[in-house]
Design a protein around this ligand. Structure first.
Ligand SMILES: Cc1cc2nc3c(=O)[nH]c(=O)nc-3n(C[C@H](O)[C@H](O)[C@H](O)COP(=O)(O)OP(=O)(O)OC[C@H]3O[C@@H](n4cnc5c(N)ncnc54)[C@H](O)[C@@H]3O)c2cc1C
Length: 420
């Protein structure tokens, strides 16, 4: 990339930070604009910390519409849509329904695999570069199944598709599962083990990356809100912010769930819903785990992070807000003793729930690529449940796009113009 090229990253979540890294590495002069301060909360911080190539099936997959409708009847289900009249939600729902097809699954799953495996590989590089600072654990993921029915479903569904795509998935019975986690008592029929998966401690990663970015000369514009754009002749001239108009050669949209709102005034459409999730982190859990686990039937992630243990889950489409709905948090707490008989609800007493908003596109694929109408505006958003996993490969792809090189993953299905 030409030495003098400048880029503004719009949004300082995990995706914005990693885009800043790969652009700075290319020799680009990078400014990251973030409306909160450096000590901000953002979606990756309370996440489950999975780096999960095993998650090859997009959220919009065959059967999901009926599954979603069934879940909505059950207050303890992992999924909730707040009933409301909202034209964006209705359009998103229609696009989601269209994407729940075998045809889409066949096209999308290999791309998701490539993005996740790319992310996994780049995390290893970043781990070396930052000196092993973010507790990257490469022990795989166990999808625990409480019932034989759940295990059969997982074996014939996700495990079969993952193996077909070259992601190793081993179906284990209860004894084999217990052997992998000898430090705790599990009440399960078995599990599916994905050896390639990994996990990390998100706040440590964010801190290590921020230090690295400062050393590389990335400029941080904290407490600066983006509210508009100046555009002429099919190009963005400046982004309008509370700190004045900021000029650059290139602009990267990395605003997570706020990305569609950030596009205000440009006449661009980016269907997206905020998918709220919650997590609870126990500072002194009663046992230690080696691997990250998924409580499959309840869709709850369990991740050891240093001495702590995090439980995260639920997908709630209730608009852009961080309101805590106690019944959704209870869904997590009540699920845990079903799989870990030694756990009681009292283990969670006094633990403050965290909430974050996943940026969810209707087809389960992120938006990565240039916008047709503005030659110097590139999307890097909409990663839903895989934003941490895919952040590094997204950053690399954005750097490749801006440098005019051939992207290392096929971007056709990821185009931000696909719903224009
Ligand atoms: C409970 C839970 C568990 C999860 N677990 C995992 C996991 O295990 N593995 C995984 O891969 N993913 C996981 N995810 C998903 C992942 O956390 C997200 O996909 C990812 O963090 C999204 O990052 P982002 O940078 O796109 O968005 P965000 O983190 O939302 O960042 C967007 C940033 O833009 C800023 N911004 C917004 N508007 C403006 C404006 N107008 N001006 C300036 N700045 C603005 C915001 O302040 C924010 O900092 C999980 C999510 C949740 C909720």
């Amino acid at each position: 990339m030409h030495q003098s090229k400048s880029a503004i990253i719009c949004g300082g979540g995990i995706v914005g930070l990693v885009c800043a890294y790969y652009l700075a590495r290319e020799g680009c002069r990078v400014t990251l604009v973030e409306r909160e301060g450096e000590d901000r909360d953002h979606c990756a911080l309370g996440s489950a910390g999975y780096i999960s190539p095993s998650h090859v099936i997009p959220l919009s997959s065959p059967g999901m519409v009926w599954q979603g409708l069934k879940w909505m009847m059950n207050p303890r289900s992992p999924f909730y849509i707040k009933p409301r009249f909202d034209s964006d939600l209705m359009r998103w729902g229609w696009l989601f329904w269209r994407a729940c097809s075998h045809r889409h699954l066949k096209c999308a799953a290999p791309i998701i695999r490539d993005l996740c495996l790319g992310g996994r590989r780049l995390f290893e590089e970043l781990d070396d570069i930052t000196g092993d600072t973010f507790e990257l654990q490469k022990h795989g993921l166990l999808n625990l199944c409480k019932t034989q029915e759940g295990l059969d479903h997982e074996a014939h569904g996700l495990a079969r598709i993952a193996n077909q795509l070259g992601i190793e998935a081993r179906v284990l019975d209860a004894r084999q599962t217990a052997e992998l986690e000898p430090g705790t008592r599990l009440d399960v029929a078995g599990s599916v083990y994905f050896p390639v998966d990994a996990h990390l401690t998100p706040w440590r990663f964010v801190n290590a990356l921020t230090v690295l970015l400062k050393e590389m000369g990335v400029r941080f514009q904290w407490n600066t809100t983006i509210f508009g754009w100046r555009a002429t002749g099919g190009r963005i001239a400046a982004v309008q912010t509370t700190a004045g108009d900021l000029i650059a050669d290139e602009f990267v949209l990395a605003g997570g769930s706020w990305s569609p709102a950030m596009l205000t005034g440009l006449g661009l459409r980016l269907p997206m819903q905020a998918g709220k999730g919650y997590s609870l982190t126990l500072p002194k859990p009663r046992f230690k785990l080696t691997r990250a686990l998924m409580l499959t039937e309840r869709r709850i992630a369990v991740t050891p992070m240093g001495d702590t243990l995090r439980f995260g889950g639920t997908m709630e489409l209730s608009g852009i807000n961080h309101d805590i709905r106690p019944e959704r948090v209870r869904q997590i707490i009540e699920s845990v003793p079903h799989y870990f008989p030694e756990f009681t609800e009292a283990d969670f007493a006094g633990i403050k729930p965290w909430a974050g908003l996943r940026p969810v596109s209707p087809d389960g694929l992120p938006y990565i690529g240039r916008f047709n109408h503005y030659g110097n505006l590139t999307a890097a958003c909409g990663h839903a449940m895989l934003g941490l996993t895919m952040a590094p490969i997204t950053g690399l792809l954005v750097a490749e796009i801006l440098a005019g090189r051939k992207p290392s993953v096929d971007l056709t299905l990821l185009s931000p113009n696909r719903y224009a």
